[in-house]
Write a protein of this length. Structure first.
Ligand code: FAD
Ligand code: DLZ
Ligand code: SF4
Length: 513
């Protein structure tokens, strides 16, 4: 039997990955490679690079212990070519192999690079069946539909997996308990915290390398407390099930200053690189519900995020093609303000989210959607610049999941393919769902003038800027009519406040205060 080279990418750290499934232990050489191109196609957060390289190194050890031959190329290997395809060609040469196999990558860019190896090697790209829906299943579902709404896709996935199903009916008689999940959180001394892990020798070595080589990248490197192995990631998830799942549903949309994680699972980074398996996680969550340890709204809410949103955004990413990340339906062109990197802003909500992102490479969904995303949408920030920011700063960010969330859900840049209306809100929403406004230099109740919360006038300015399009959107038409009833003086005030503020952020943090 001829030898085969199998490439395992940094987000394919699953022993059951399709490229390895039928592989022969003796005739296979596994290549895992750290490369400058992947670390640098956006300037990833230091914690993201360190986490992933440590997980890759640990995974290589795990595979070796299971008897595989693993060729691991480090970033600081002087012969490292810096690219995935370059490393595949070097490895093929080293091992005298012409057969090359890989599970499809999670990004068009990498897929095209690897496909180009076809001229040099006998290439086989296998489907990534760690996901619940195949590309074909998503296509079949999407075909011929006017609107691709997540809710209907999610129901298909519930039926397919049998998760939270009682026969052919949804558990509790209802598919979706989202309306129960809108509570503002109260501060609680016993607030759960994610399980933390001390760096072992492998991680410490990676930390030294990242400290030296990526000093100019965004983010605080230490403490790096993430799990780096499957066993630790599973322990972190088990800890979430015990400590936070029961209240996950209630407080999904809440934000509290100083509470970075609330009742969230903080597992997307493990799931997206393959350390955790989505279906196994959902089955464990269902078991908590069936055993009476977690309420249905929590279990359903969690399962919906995984087999609903996560699968759905992946389907959209591959269906829409490589140009999706460049969509800009609202023609937003303002550069990303410097405070997305520096946190140097008087807006307490934005400051808290950027600081937390800098320190943890993590923010939960509502912080991403309704604070940094909402602000960018209201301010007319270029969605591609924002997409690159989200891709760089979060430890869980890979283009297949990040881009639809940013370009589609958060920025409406796909013109409403993914979201039925733009996720815009004034300061009142942030005030209701968080305690940020209490510590803010701006006044959330004030509608106009330099002290007024910028979200307040920017909200109406957004409605005015996109008046024609929003008037035709049934979910926005009411707000457009409200704007239309404003006096000319009020409209002028909105314009003046907005122009002053937007000019000030272009000239770098010269906010009006
Ligand atoms: P929890 O709130 O505990 O949810 C559990 C799990 O559900 C998550 O781990 C995640 O795997 C899944 N999930 C929840 N919401 C989504 C969603 N909208 N899309 C896909 N999966 C979801 N998620 C990423 O995994 N990677 C990204 O790069 C990413 N970028 C985002 C960018 C923007 C602008 C927005 C608004 C959301 C983004 N999300 C992204 C979705 C979501 O914010 C994160 O999945 C979540 O915050 C991860 O934290 P958690 O593990 O504590 O999640
Ligand atoms: C994100 C990332 C980084 C920072 N570094 C590497 C790497 O050095 N080697 C590797 O194989 N993968 C890395 N990754 C993950 C890839 O970028 C990811 O596989 C593609 O984006 C496809 O999802
Ligand atoms: Fe954010 Fe406005 Fe509240 Fe300040 S007042 S924290 S800017 S919503």
């Amino acid at each position: 039997m001829a030898k085969t080279l199998v490439l395992i990418l940094g987000d394919q750290l699953s022993p059951g990955i399709s490229a390895l499934r039928d592989a022969d232990l003796v005739e296979t050489v596994i290549l895992i490679t750290e490369v400058a191109d992947e670390a640098g196609y956006v300037r990833h957060h230091k914690k993201k690079i360190a986490f992933l390289f440590s997980a890759m190194r640990h995974f290589a050890e795990e595979l070796r212990s299971a008897g595989w031959t693993v060729d691991y190329v480090r970033l600081d290997d002087t012969a490292n070519s810096g690219s995935l395809s370059g490393e595949v060609l070097r490895a093929a040469d080293r091992h005298g192999v012409s057969q090359f196999r890989v599970t499809e990558p999670g990004e068009w860019r990498v897929l095209h690079d690897l496909q180009a190896l076809d001229t040099a090697l006998d290439l086989e790209i296998l489907p990534d069946d760690r996901f619940i829906a195949s590309h074909a299943e998503f296509e079949n579902w999407a075909e011929g539909r006017k609107a691709l709404r997540m809710e209907y896709f999610y129901r298909e996935m519930r039926r397919k997996t049998g998760l939270l199903m009682d026969g052919d009916k949804p558990a509790g008689g209802q598919w979706n308990f989202d309306h129960d999940n809108r509570k503002a959180a109260a501060r609680d001394l016993l607030m759960p915290q994610p399980l933390r892990f001390a760096p072992d020798e492998i991680t410490r070595e990676v930390l030294d390398m990242v400290r030296a080589r990526f000093a100019t990248h965004f983010g605080t490197l230490e403490p790096l407390w993430f799990a780096a192995t499957r066993a630790d990631a599973e322990a972190a998830f088990a800890h979430f099930l015990k400590t936070a799942l029961p209240r996950f549903g209630d407080y999904q949309d809440a934000m509290l200053a100083g509470e970075k994680f609330l009742y969230h699972a903080v597992v997307s980074l493990y799931l997206n690189c393959g350390l955790l398996d989505p279906l196994e996680m959902c089955r464990a969550v269902e078991a908590e519900y069936r055993a009476g340890r977690a309420p249905l709204n929590a279990a359903e809410g969690f399962i919906r995020q995984i087999i609903g949103w996560r699968e759905y955004v992946r389907g959209i990413y591959w269906r829409e093609g490589p140009d999706y990340v460049r969509r800009n339906a609202l023609q937003a062109t303002r550069p990303l303000p410097d405070f997305y990197w520096s946190a140097d802003t008087e807006m307490a909500c934005v400051k808290a989210c950027v600081e937390q992102t800098r320190d943890e490479a993590y923010a939960h969904h509502i912080q991403r959607l309704m604070v940094t995303g909402n602000f960018a949408l209201l301010a007319g920030i270029d969605p591609h610049e924002l997409h690159e920011w989200y891709l760089a700063v979060y430890a869980d960010a890979y283009e297949w999941v990040e881009a639809p969330n940013t370009v589609g859900m958060s920025q409406f840049a796909d013109g409403g393919l993914l979201a039925s209306k733009p996720y815009v809100a004034s300061g009142a929403y942030i005030d209701r769902m968080s305690d940020y406004c209490r510590g803010c230099a701006y006044d959330v109740k004030a509608k106009a003038g330099p002290k007024a919360c910028p979200f307040n006038y920017l909200y109406w300015d957004f409605i005015a800027r996109h008046h024609g399009r929003l008037k035709r959107n049934p979910r926005m038409a009411q707000m457009v009519r409200t704007y239309d009833r404003f006096s000319d003086a009020r409209k002028a005030e909105i314009e003046t406040d907005s122009s002053r503020f937007l000019l000030s952020i272009e000239t770098r943090n010269q906010e009006p205060l």
